[in-house]
Design a binder for this molecule. Sequence first.
Ligand SMILES: NC(=O)c1ccc[n+]([C@@H]2O[C@H](COP(=O)([O-])OP(=O)(O)OC[C@H]3O[C@@H](n4cnc5c(N)ncnc54)[C@H](OP(=O)(O)O)[C@@H]3O)[C@@H](O)[C@H]2O)c1
Length: 250
Amino acid sequence: MEGAVVTGVREMTVGVLGGTGAQGRGLAIRWAHAGLKVVIGSRKAERAQQAAAEIAETSGGRVRGLDNAGCAAAADLVVVGLPWDAHAETLQALREPLAGKIVVDCVNPLGFDKKGPYALEVPEGSAAQQAEALLADVPVPGSAQWPRLSAAPIVNVHVVYDRPVLREPFAAVLDSPLQWLFDRTGPSGLARGQYLAISLSAAQQYVEQRTTDLRALFLPALREVLPAAREARVRDFFVTREPRATFAQT
Ligand SMILES: NC(=O)c1ccc[n+]([C@@H]2O[C@H](COP(=O)([O-])OP(=O)(O)OC[C@H]3O[C@@H](n4cnc5c(N)ncnc54)[C@H](OP(=O)(O)O)[C@@H]3O)[C@@H](O)[C@H]2O)c1
């Protein structure tokens, strides 16, 4: 599961509205450098393209520039990097392309006078709450069909061995009930031995099985593919079940 999540984030396209400004550029350079695809947004596509070329050169990453509407449409995750004055009006105009997107707002509601910046009262509470209020009820394309989706379970089988049995951080196993294996030793803080998690998607056939039955199925399956597991002692074995973990297309 962890592998899948990390892969998902790495494949995301991040868009920055007002990405030609100091804040947007600074963030974009770091994300592009880290390997994410980045789209710079601007009121003017040419300005965005110019900024994108500069950011690509500095970061060595994949960056392109579009107008703000194109940026919102192209990105999976959209960061709002606009001045407060432009916040409500710009988001209102982008409700449609932002529908269903993850929106991260880094706008500070600030006014400026001759003494410098000062905090402004925001009726909704904050810039992010204003964005939420403006964007919350936008119908996501196709969302009327969502009630027709059904749920699918994910079951995780956890096995703690007294010694290392898997050298790779994760492995996909074919022709076996194991599906995916993940080494959870590091994240769990285990000092000795190895903690493996078997992640079972579309696990309808396992979700209601008793732990003892799953143990009888999965320990031999592990011994079959991991020679070191044949000698190892199982120090702990437990199962977590998420009956409605994700959607199914049926
Ligand atoms: N700079 C920082 O260190 C920092 C740190 C934390 C948070 N923030 C917050 O991040 C936000 C952006 O900061 P920034 O310093 O990057 O701001 P900025 O340079 O003043 O503005 C960012 C971009 O917004 C666009 N913009 C300007 N006026 C606009 C308008 N009236 N309508 C639509 N778009 C407009 C401009 O892009 P185009 O002309 O290309 O459209 C501009 O390059 C602010 O809310 C700030 O409070 C900034």
